[in-house]
Write a protein that binds this ligand. Structure first.
Ligand code: F6R
Length: 251
């Protein structure tokens, strides 16, 4: 794993956008795997800036990790809405090249199979991930086992509590979601896991330095060949505490 630690999430986002640009320029049809939540926002801002500076994104295919079940894709807190607001409405992606799972599909099992088919047809070149404070990636929650394929998940209470910050009424926070499985994530050619803030410090250290365990889903990334962990100093605090030599390469 490559670890890069920045003074601010903005600097981190700019770095990740440069990694994404390399991928975009080296493929005829680049496939970016995208995440929602607060973490990727600085990356999306930086990517929009690159686009305004001349980077052509019109051939890019995007595949999102997950979506809530129980709210429509028009709901202001849906991940469809989030992606339109933070990225899709700001650059020139082709609408036919944008894929998100539909949490409001009438047949959710069929929707999971449809999404696996989308992923199979568009192998992911560059996968962006955030991490939950419980170690989830996508909505692959800590459990006795991790599912390979796209599936319906019951969100853990800590995930529901954490997501409540985006909703006016906490009773509205969805309890279920549809998420890409760990197979699709691990099959990505390159993965960038981002984390910012002190509240992520403990789980980042467990995911990066601890054993590979299904109750810390992000630890499975240790098995992947090309992962970059992009942190701010707060999220890196426990890593640096356990590996002071990392500090030297940062000064
Ligand atoms: C969202 C997703 C989640 C988030 C994670 C961190 O698409 O897949 O795994 O990345 O919950 O969320 P934030 O960035 O809001 O701390």
């Amino acid at each position: 794993m490559r670890i890069r630690i920045f003074d601010s999430s903005q600097e981190a986002g700019t770095y990740v956008s440069a990694l994404a640009e390399e991928v975009v320029l080296s493929r005829s049809q680049p496939v970016l795997g995208l995440a929602t939540g607060s973490t990727p926002v600085p990356f999306y801002d930086a990517l929009v800036n690159l686009w305004m500076c001349g980077l052509d994104l019109s051939k890019v295919v995007t595949i999102n990790l997950d979506e809530y079940i129980g709210i429509s894709s028009e709901h202001p807190q849906s991940y469809h809405h989030f992606m339109r607001e933070h990225l899709f409405d700001r650059v020139d992606f082709e609408s036919g090249n944008i894929y998100l799972p539909h949490g409001d599909a009438p047949d959710l099992d069929a929707e999971c199979r449809r999404y696996d088919d989308v992923i199979a047809r568009h192998p992911i070149d560059f996968q962006i991930l955030g991490i939950g404070t419980n170690g989830h990636i996508g909505f692959n929650e800590p459990d006795d086992l991790l599912l390979a394929r796209t599936h319906i998940v019951e969100l853990r209470p800590e995930t529901v509590a954490s997501n409540a910050r985006f909703f006016d009424d906490p009773r509205e926070v969805p309890r279920r979601a549809i998420t890409m499985g760990v197979q699709a994530i691990l099959q990505a050619e390159q993965i960038v896991l981002m984390a910012f803030g002190f509240e992520k410090a403990a789980i980042v250290a467990r995911a990066v330095l601890g054993s590979v365990r299904t109750d810390v889903p992000a630890s499975i990334l240790q098995l992947h060949r090309k992962v970059t962990v992009v942190l701010d100093r707060q999220a890196a605090a426990d890593l640096l505490g356990q590996h002071p030599e990392l500090r030297l390469s940062l000064s």
